[in-house]
Design a binder for this molecule. Structure first.
Ligand code: HEC
Length: 147
């Protein structure tokens, strides 16, 4: 009996060593970090980017109106995160300080909305609605000058 156990222990140890060795060998080579990061250029047409922002914005507004919507908080977090990324890209669409500031503001407010929605049941509807109003005011501020 003792023999069987010690054989089993030895086999287990050998398998563990093989797994470890195999892992060590299969670790991918780390690419050297380039000295200067390549410049990021948006590839999406501004009209389409705006329509994308609108889709996510409207989806959030609809979810906020529907307290019984399934997976409401995760969906709000997902749409707000994507809205934040589109706004992040939008900061690069015009080389003007006010344009970039408004686009950054939509990004930052959307990220605050993601953080609030991630609190799930503890998330405050008033806080989320307040952020949506601020986002909408920022869309309008930029449109008044640039649309
Ligand atoms: C930093 C500036 C800026 C912000 C912020 C901004 N937009 Fe725009 N938006 C524009 C510009 C510029 C246009 C006009 C694009 C054009 O005609 O080339 C536009 C146009 C639009 C259009 C018309 C679509 C089209 O085909 O041109 C919609 C819809 C839109 N925006 C939605 C939004 C929403 C929703 C937000 C906020 C979540 C927002 N935008 C925030 C700059 C902005």
């Amino acid at each position: 009996m003792r023999n069987v156990f010690s054989k089993l222990a030895a086999t287990t140890a050998m398998v563990a060593v093989l797994i470890l060795v195999n892992r060590a060998v299969s670790v991918p080579q780390i690419e050297p970090v380039p000295k200067s990061a390549p410049t990021f250029k948006p590839v999406c047409d501004v009209h389409h980017l705006m329509e994308g922002q609108e889709l996510h914005f409207n989806a959030i507004a609809d979810l906020l109106k529907d307290a019984a919507a399934k997976g409401r908080h995760s969906k709000i977090a997902m749409h707000a995160d994507l809205l934040a990324e589109l706004a992040n890209v939008n900061t690069l669409n015009k080389d003007k300080d006010d344009y970039r500031a408004w686009a950054s503001q939509v990004r930052d407010l959307s990220l605050q909305l993601v953080a609030e929605a991630r609190k799930k049941e503890a998330a405050s509807d008033d806080a989320m609605k307040g952020l949506v109003t601020k986002i909408s005011d920022t869309c309008t501020a930029c449109h008044d000058v640039y649309e």
